[in-house]
Write a protein that binds this ligand. Structure first.
Ligand code: URA
Length: 234
């Protein structure tokens, strides 16, 4: 990111009172073994910063990166703002851009089914993306777009204070955790972000293309359920 862009980003975030996220522990984020005891994130008050209405307004009017020129709608996030489980995706696709809601296309249908299988109605979890605007032609978010947009997601996480974060897909996991580790090595471990355990699984769009991997995604969901203390829920 250029210095000028970074300065602009900081100025806007300072104005909003959005705190820059600082990862605890090592540079690659703390990682625990999947067999460790569940560590429930304590539900403490969020640090000072914008509340939901201010945050939603900031996202709706965001012009920090060029994606605002091609979007139809921003896609803020949806679901229970006090959810125990927060699902993080990559970026809106065409249908999400049209409707202004995350995961409403085919991948969203599969995500809903995965959540249902884990015992959750869609409305019981909170769902948000790393990017709030659709990258044209569904290309991957670039690092500058992710850096500019991530503070919104971090504030959503602070406000929801979920017990567990579930990252779907390599891009969401790498951007959120600030690592370049391949998905295969991110799965099956409990990462940590600001005191919240993070589980990584496949993106539902990938599972639509590779249905034989659904079994592994189910293993990941079970890990998330164990961390929630919901191991017997299914
Ligand atoms: N893929 C994502 O990562 N997020 C969405 O909202 C839709 C598809």
């Amino acid at each position: 990111m250029t210095d000028a862009l970074e300065a602009r980003r900081r100025a806007i975030l300072d104005e909003l009172g959005v705190t820059a996220y600082r990862r605890r522990g090592s540079a690659a984020g703390a990682v625990r073994s999947a067999t460790d005891e569940p560590a429930a994130a304590p539900r403490v008050a969020p640090p000072p910063g914008p509340d939901w209405p201010e945050l939603a307004a900031a996202v709706a009017g965001c012009t920090l990166c060029a994606l605002h020129r091609t979007r139809t709608h921003t896609v803020f996030g949806t679901g229970d703002r006090q959810a125990r489980l927060l699902v993080v995706g990559e970026a809106p696709g065409a249908e999400e851009d049209r409707q202004g809601e995350p995961f409403v296309g085919r991948a969203g249908q599969l995500l809903n089914s995965m959540l249902r299988a884990a015992g959750f109605a869609r409305a019981e979890v909170y769902i948000a993306n790393v990017l709030k605007c659709r990258p044209p032609d569904n290309r991957d978010p670039n690092s500058e777009e992710a850096a500019l947009c991530l503070p919104y997601l971090r504030r959503q996480i602070e406000l929801v204070r979920p017990r567990v974060l579930l990252c779907v897909g390599r891009i969401a996991a790498q951007r959120l955790l600030g690592v370049e580790t391949p998905l295969a090595r991110l799965r099956g471990q409990v990462h940590e972000l600001g005191g919240v355990p993070v589980v990584v699984t496949y993106h539902p769009a990938y599972l639509l293309r590779s249905p034989t991997e659904k079994r592994k995604a189910w293993t990941d969901l079970q890990l998330a359920l164990r961390l929630l203390g919901d191991g017997d829920r299914t």
